[in-house]
Ligand binder design. Structure first.
Ligand code: GCW
Length: 677
């Protein structure tokens, strides 16, 4: 049965006869020279793909001698490519590629050219995608290169096989049997990532264990790196700041202590002996109980730079997270990372990237953008998204995240006037930085379909595509993904794409509408909990419902978090008249009777929005039920069951939240709305 293991690389036969004939006539054989592992991976993928899609076995030949030759190569390893003198290659860098239809020796050919074999692999996936999504492959002229350099998955995988906030089974990494046993799944993981341009993976949790830096585990990591290398994927590790004490036998981890400096230098040298192209470290320091430089009264910059110095001779980088806060009564958590880090702008070494989350609190269903974006022009900022749905229904709810990624990336910070979008900052373009990067906390686990929910695969896919091109459209990505993963039938693709695109907004509506946030169950992060209280945490601090109204005043009359944004944004958020309704309660404490732009009172709007979220899920269920004949039976039933679960849980969120807030508003539900008995 179709179980989802093949992800978007299913390569099911093209049934449309004329299209199939056409594809077959354009691609009959492959000509390539060279034997690098990446080139072989590219050829193998093309052969698997074309076999599946077109039922042809492509011979691998040396010369272009017939019409329908697919010529693959770099100018330095392939004489035929060199002879073409392709001007396009100049600007393509190391990972870009060109796909071009042209005549060679009077034969019609399709050329995939690049400056490196990794570019050829990327180009091969692109060509396959064109067929998978039924595009024409005649008269091609495709020039592609990534806009962000480091496109990295962050696995929050523990050495004991559990995954922090992972909902798709246990860790993919079988530490027990590594390095000797290489699960074929590692190769499939690498293929999937390469097909969407992901070029780095941090294989262990940011809540790190020092053990992962011991020789035993480094050799295991090296074995994974060997599998991933042909696919252009570098391995990174999280580095526990106190490792010099825990595994090095030192008395301190003070980043200015000469012994500590030496320890990290030797450790890094050792890592590069096992993994010559090791990417570097990801560090969560002085955050949620993790050790860090502040334990020694040193700054984040001093900590990051110490590690950066150790990595620099090997071209490794430090990705230093900016997710820091303390639960201090009266302090606005949304302001803390900015307060902590802005002052270090310009202090970080050139191989450090600072990694804030997309929003200032914590991967909530909707947050305004993190105010550090735009505020640290001398610092390379690496954006962190969460692909795993910690706050968006785990692997139970269908929530397509590309619109959320897009929302952040396209937001204008006004840092250097209009057009200073987060995409430009992350691409390094706004300030011409040397290194650029983007990270996504992976939603991948040992589940046979990798991500638990069949549709959660789309979030892995979309992250890769948008990391490659932050301007890419969520709609195009959904369209491609659906065609590759499920079916090219428009009567399936059109309605499902529509509800994928709306799904994140639906989830916001039934969970945390109008700028509400952090009102989930505080222990599990699952289900509603605006009433919840656990040691150190009180959900009430995040919504401040009272007899008057709802929401947190972050304006200049309140915590003044708005001050951390540039004037255009600040004014917009500060003024209740201009705040976008979807961020209203994030920035304002609003009277229950306040008139919303829709004419409804805040209370009515809140209730209405919660209910609309649930009915939208019900509509998704109906749509899906109507598509039974267009989907393979197993995945049809899986999605059907999950949607039913999502519907129940959406109603749980709605009823719990509405009834709870009603204890403050003391207002009746608007006419026509009922909480089920
Ligand atoms: O959202 C919170 C999660 C923690 C996570 C932390 C972080 C890895 O609840 O599980 O820890 O964020 O991003 O560091």
């Amino acid at each position: 049965a179709e179980n989802g293991y093949d992800l978007w690389l299913r390569y099911k036969p093209v049934h449309e006869t004329s299209l199939k004939n056409n594809y077959q006539s354009v691609i009959k054989q492959i000509s390539a020279s060279g034997n690098s592992a990446s080139l072989i991976a590219a050829i193998t993928e093309l052969q698997i793909g074309m076999k599946g899609l077109l039922n042809v076995s492509l011979p691998h030949v040396k010369t272009v001698n017939v019409n329908g030759t697919l010529l693959l190569g770099t100018p330095s390893t392939n004489a035929a490519i060199a002879r073409l003198n392709l001007a396009e290659l100049k600007d393509l860098g190391k990972e870009g590629y060109l796909i071009k239809s042209l005549q060679i020796n009077r034969r019609s050919c399709t050329v995939i050219a690049s400056n490196t074999d990794i570019g050829l692999l990327y180009g091969s996936y692109h060509l396959l995608r064109l067929i998978q999504t039924r595009h024409s492959i005649q008269k091609l002229l495709i020039v592609e290169k990534p806009k962000i350099q480091l496109r990295v998955l962050n696995h929050w995988d523990n050495l004991n096989g559990t995954v922090e906030r992972g909902y798709a089974g246990s860790s993919l990494w079988d530490w027990q049997r590594l390095p000797g046993y290489l699960d074929p799944r590692y190769t499939d993981y690498a293929r999937a990532n390469a097909s969407i341009g992901i070029n780095g993976t941090v294989i262990n949790n940011v809540n790190a264990s020092a053990k992962s830096l011991t020789k035993t585990y480094l050799l295991k990591a090296a074995a994974l790196a060997d599998v991933f290398r042909p696919y252009g994927i570098k391995v990174y590790l999280t580095a526990r700041f106190s490792a010099p004490i825990e595994i090095g036998g030192l008395k301190t981890a003070d980043p200015l202590d000469p012994e500590v400096i030496k320890w990290w230098k030797l450790k890094v040298d050792e890592i590069y002996r096992y993994i010559p192209d090791f990417g570097g470290f990801l560090v969560k320091a002085n955050s949620e109980g993790q050790p860090g430089p502040q334990d020694y009264k040193r700054s984040h910059a001093e900590g990051a730079n110490m590690m950066a110095d150790a990595l620099a001779p090997h071209n490794g980088v430090v990705m230093w997270r900016a997710f820091v806060y303390e639960n201090i009564k009266g302090e606005d958590r949304a302001k803390q990372a900015y307060q902590e880090f802005k002052k270090f702008d310009g202090d970080f070494k050139s191989n450090v990237l600072l990694q804030p989350k997309n929003g200032p609190i914590d991967f909530q269903p909707r947050e305004p953008f993190h105010p550090l974006f735009g505020a640290m022009s001398k610092t390379q900022l690496m954006l962190e998204f969460q692909i795993t749905q910690e706050y968006l229904g785990f692997a139970t709810h269908l929530v397509y995240l590309a619109p959320m990624f897009k929302e952040t990336l396209s937001t204008d910070t006004y840092a250097k006037g209009k057009g200073s979008t987060i995409a430009k900052i992350v691409e390094g373009k706004l300030e011409s930085h040397q290194i650029s990067g983007i990270a996504g906390v992976a939603n991948i686990g040992s589940d046979i379909n990798w991500t638990g929910h069949p549709f959660a695969q789309s979030n892995w896919y979309a992250f890769g595509r948008m990391a490659w091109n932050p301007e890419a459209s969520p709609e195009t990505i959904a369209d491609d993904w659906l065609k590759m993963t499920f079916s090219t039938d428009p009567s399936f693709v059109v309605p499902v794409k529509e509800y994928m695109l709306a799904s994140r907004e639906h989830a916001v509506h039934y969970m945390m509408p109008l700028g509400l946030n952090h009102i989930m169950n505080l222990g599990t992060h699952y289900g509603p909990g605006p009433w919840d209280k656990i040691p150190g945490w009180n959900a009430h601090d995040y919504h401040l419902a009272d007899a008057e109204g709802l929401g947190v005043d972050r304006t200049d009359k309140g915590s003044n978090a708005v001050e951390q944004y540039f004037p255009e944004v600040r004014q917009k958020y500060n003024d209740i008249k201009s705040i976008p309704p979807e961020l209203l309660l994030w920035f304002h404490h609003v009277p229950w009777k306040y008139r919303m732009p829709t004419g409804k009172s805040l209370w009515e709007e809140l209730v209405y929005t919660y209910y609309s979220g649930v009915s939208a899920v019900e509509k998704m269920q109906n749509t899906w039920d109507g598509l039974k004949d267009k989907v393979d039976p197993l995945r049809f039933v899986q999605v059907k069951q999950l949607l039913a679960e999502q519907q129940r849980e959406a109603a749980w969120w709605r009823d719990g939240s509405v009834l709870y807030f009603q204890t403050y508003s003391k207002m009746p539900l608007p006419q026509g709305f009922k909480v089920p008995a």
